[in-house]
Design a protein around this ligand. Structure first.
Ligand SMILES: Nc1ncnc2c1ncn2[C@@H]1O[C@H](COP(=O)(O)OP(=O)(O)OP(=O)(O)O)[C@@H](O)[C@H]1O
Ligand SMILES: [Mg+2]
Length: 467
């Protein structure tokens, strides 16, 4: 249990109140405040911002416990309310959860049960405070030239980028797994380099262009240089003159072309295919690779001399799993992008949802997180994203939640039919996906990250086609 927590107990009856307070003081080492009615309770919450947990009866004189929860959470968003009420009244249970209650305990209760729930509630409170602090610090951060990151590794990378941009020469080699932001960094370096940023940023993906075309794309050609060359064409090198040439996936460049590129980097000249006239060129080359070029050099598939020419300034982008604390910052940024124009926009993620995301491996790195946020912005109904709103893979990886929320598997609410609510929720997601893709089932399956056949089966079984 966290050190010296402060708990507020609201109970109208003097005897049950006194014995509950005495029990909690002994078992939790907490500072306990107590109140007999909502007015007293709210007074205390307004006076003492350190109250972390509220244990209240639902049925109270004057007003209901719901009002304490609502106003209390309004005053102190990190407050964790637990509500006590007779079991079986589904309407009140739902209402108190909606008002912000973390858990409900049915009467008659036993003290051990209360102690267990309080322990979990205090753990949850720690997570909640952490999230709220994140959210506050988020407001201060808008990244570095559109690259989001507050972690140490990212900050040190920003310093290197600043150095690179202060000086317009020197080729840069960006290494990092897929989706870590290599292209984003390349563009930022170009945009921030005085002089070069007034000219073109020209990306060339060495893996996406067939080998025989890549050479003519880069160097251009003279009319008649080969069959079909009816007129001359400028290459991308020339388009990048005075600017930046971004050679993406450089590891896929074939040896013949590597030799030609080396000459460009060493002598700053080249000849278009079919031409004898050399053209002088002033470009900065930024190359990117998502596999180990060092190894490729040792294997003999990548020229060592070209490798050294390219990696005057090497920058390695860290995978997302090594900077998990950046996740909330990235989410905030992506929500800003994808929420635009939405009335019922997502505001934030619950602590449990963030915890799940921090337990995941992120093989697709920032791109995977960006896609997730985009998907949620399209499909999610509501202002908060909870762990149960996340795709299956986050649940599988993370195992059961450490700090169960109100709908804990450990403590099922007999009055809420979990199965039918889950189906209901699933149907809503499916309908939203179908709606936002104009009933294109293949596209909807992609959005939902679901096999097309599974989607078709669910639509048929549940008659969603007629919805
Ligand atoms: N630090 C970051 N801040 C904000 N957005 C980011 C960040 N890193 C990556 N992204 C976003 O994630 C997506 C993938 O980034 P990018 O295309 O730059 O990755 P990459 O390393 O080039 O991946 P690949 O090797 O697969 O080409 C882009 O939409 C990019 O805007
Ligand atoms: Mg890329």
């Amino acid at each position: 249990m966290p050190n010296n927590p402060t708990i507020l107990v609201v109970e109208p009856g003097r005897n049950p109140r006194n014995s509950l307070v005495a029990f909690l003081e002994k078992q939790t080492k907490a500072r306990i405040h107590y109140a007999k009615d909502p007015t007293e309770a709210l007074d205390l919450i307004y006076k003492d911002p350190k109250i972390e947990l509220l244990l209240t009866d639902l049925y109270l004189p004057d007003k209901s416990g719901l009002e304490i929860i609502r106003k209390g959470v309004g005053k102190n968003p990190a407050l964790v309310p637990i509500v006590i009420m007779p079991p079986g009244n589904r309407k009140y249970i739902v209402e108190s959860l909606q008002a912000g209650a973390y858990f409900y305990i049915g009467t008659p209760y036993d003290y051990q049960e209360i102690l267990e729930v309080i322990k979990n509630g205090l753990e949850y409170q720690k997570l909640l405070t952490e999230t709220l602090n994140w959210n506050t610090s988020l407001r201060k951060s808008d990244g570095f030239a559109g690259i989001i990151g507050e972690s140490k590794v990212m900050k040190s990378m920003f310093k290197t980028i600043e150095m690179v941009t202060a000086y317009g020469y020197g080729n840069v080699l960006l290494a990092g797994e897929s989706g870590t932001g290599k292209e984003l960094v390349a563009q930022a370096i170009h945009d921030m380099t005085p002089g070069r940023n007034r000219h073109n940023f020209v990306p060339v993906n060495c893996a996406a262009i067939p080998d025989d075309l890549l050479e003519s794309e880069l160097f251009g050609y003279e009319r008649g240089a080969f069959t079909g060359a009816n007129r001359s064409k400028k290459g991308r090198l020339q388009h990048a003159e005075k600017g930046t040439l971004f050679l993406d996936e450089i590891g896929d460049m074939k040896p013949g072309l590597q030799a030609k590129m080396l000459r460009v980097l060493q002598e700053h000249v080249f000849e278009p295919i079919g031409s004898v006239k050399s053209i002088k060129i002033d470009i900065r080359v930024i190359a990117a690779t998502n596999y180990d070029l060092d190894k490729a050099v040792k294997n003999g598939t990548f020229r060592e001399d070209l490798y050294y020419r390219l990696s005057v300034i090497p920058i390695t982008l860290p995978p997302l799993r090594e900077r998990l604390d950046d996740i909330p910052h990235l989410i905030k940024n992506f929500l800003h992008i994808y929420n635009r124009g939405r009335q019922d926009a997502i505001q934030d993620f619950t602590p449990q949802a963030l915890q799940r995301l921090k337990q995941y491996d992120w093989p697709g790195n920032v791109r995977e997180l960006k896609n997730l946020v985009q998907r949620l912005c399209i499909l999610h109904n509501g202002k908060r994203v909870d762990s149960r709103d996340l795709p299956e893979k986050f649940k599988e990886k993370a195992g059961p939640e450490k700090n169960p929320g109100a709908e804990s598997e450990n403590k099922p609410l007999e009055t809420l039919d979990f199965h039918s609510m889950t189906i209901d929720y699933e149907n809503r997601l499916i309908l939203q996906a179908l709606h936002s893709t104009n009933w294109n089932k293949k596209e909807a399956a992609r959005l939902l990250n679901m096999k097309r056949t599974t989607l078709l089966e669910k639509i048929k079984k549940r008659n969603l086609d007629q919805a």
